[in-house]
Design a protein around this ligand. Structure first.
Ligand SMILES: NC(=O)c1ccc[n+]([C@@H]2O[C@H](COP(=O)([O-])OP(=O)(O)OC[C@H]3O[C@@H](n4cnc5c(N)ncnc54)[C@H](O)[C@@H]3O)[C@@H](O)[C@H]2O)c1
Length: 352
């Protein structure tokens, strides 16, 4: 039997991240063919289409009306995700969204309901938990190499976004912030390693309310820029998490998992590469051998979704997983874990 045609894909939103998607999707021509670049700003769509040799340039409505398109990839800014994704589903297309799935849990639930009622798939970034290092760490956990996981640590703490992104304002507005922006990579990895979360508790604040963008324009944060919390997993494991746009430099690990018989150290979950380290109780840290298998990059989740559709099996970077991670993130932002006031702060004299 001849191979079926690849799934036809339209990108909706052709800004900064679109190039990484177009590069990865071009590596999998048997699974996907990008036929259309669409954007509210049609000149951005045209620029990407020219750069990557994509046939059609369109406004969003034109892309959604195109009957030949099977999957629409939503690469708009986070605050636009829910509305744009709903339009994609209402146009009868399978959806793959950049993270977060939506900026509120209620909007995320509405999206999955819409897709369910129409028999459509929802895939969502991040797909980095499918990469070699995180899958290798999962295998180590499943094989019992650190015993029973009892605790974990995850931290994103940087002050870089204002200096590299061409349009950084959305990172500092509601719907942005370090939890919704970077939390998906760390929390999806933790859920992949430890299973579903059951509760969260957190404290957050806007510690550095003002900063300059790389173009010199002022950025005023109107959403928490530093959040630290605890995630309680159904397994009983407890994870300490820190998400911050307020820290210039740190030696904090990205992700560690602590078991009854040892510990695992993971590389940056937003990079798809890097060494996993393991130490048995009483032993020395050692890198695991590089994982074999397919090397993936950002956008692979769309390829895997197309393959799953063809094979009539569930896809892995799923809407249900993204919704669970959104639930955790909203919990971290909503939580005002009980503050217990100290009774011994004054008078406390601290000699220099
Ligand atoms: N930039 C990165 O390094 C990066 C990395 C990982 C994930 N992401 C995610 O990718 C998404 C896009 O980020 P970006 O950095 O490319 O943003 P961007 O601002 O550079 O690009 C967004 C594009 O979407 C278009 N757009 C906005 N509203 C639209 C609408 N309603 N319909 C159609 N097009 C619309 C804009 O014109 C713009 O071209 C975000 O969800 C972000 O979290 C970005």
């Amino acid at each position: 039997m001849p191979d079926p045609d690849p799934a036809r894909v339209a990108l909706l939103g052709c800004g900064d991240i679109a190039g990484q998607y177009l590069t990865e999707l071009a590596r999998h021509p048997a699974a996907v063919e990008v036929t259309t670049c669409a954007d509210l700003d049609v000149e951005r769509a045209r620029a990407r289409a020219t750069e990557f040799g994509i046939a059609k340039v369109a406004l969003p409505a034109e892309a959604l009306a195109d009957e030949s398109v099977d999957i629409v990839v939503n690469l708009t800014p986070p605050v636009a995700h829910a509305g744009v994704s709903l339009e994609i589903l209402r146009a009868g297309k399978h959806l793959y969204s950049e993270k977060p799935l939506a900026t509120t849990l209620a909007d995320g639930v509405a999206l999955l309901d819409e897709a369910g009622s129409r028999g459509l798939r929802v895939g969502c970034a991040p797909d980095s938990f499918l990469s070699g290092p995180i899958q290798q760490a999962r295998e180590a956990v499943d094989a019992g190499r650190i015993g029973r996981p009892v605790a974990a640590f995850a931290a994103f703490a940087e002050r870089s976004v204002e200096s590299w992104h061409p349009n950084p304002a959305f990172f500092f507005a509601p719907g942005g912030g370090p939890v919704l922006d970077m939390g998906p990579y760390y929390l999806t990895a933790l859920v992949a390693l430890l299973g579903p979360a059951e509760w969260v508790s957190a404290q957050g604040d806007t510690l550095v309310p003002e900063r300059m963008s790389r173009h010199g324009g002022p950025l005023v944060a109107s959403t928490p820029t530093h959040v630290s919390g605890t995630v309680g997993f159904a397994s009983g494991a407890l994870a300490t998490v820190i998400f911050s746009f307020d820290v210039h430099h740190t030696h904090l690990p990205r992700i560690e998992v602590y078991g009854t018989d040892g510990s695992l150290g993971l590389p940056d979950p937003n990079r798809y590469q890097g060494a996993v380290e393991l130490v048995a109780a009483g032993g020395e840290w050692a890198e695991l051998p590089p994982p074999g298998g397919l090397e993936i990059h950002r956008g692979y989740g769309v390829v895997e979704l197309a393959q799953a559709l063809r094979q009539d099996r569930p896809h892995r970077a799923s809407g249900a997983l993204a919704l669970h991670v959104l639930d955790v993130m909203e919990g971290l932002l909503r939580s005002s874990g009980e503050r217990v006031a100290m009774t011994t702060s004054e008078p406390l004299e601290l000699a220099a």
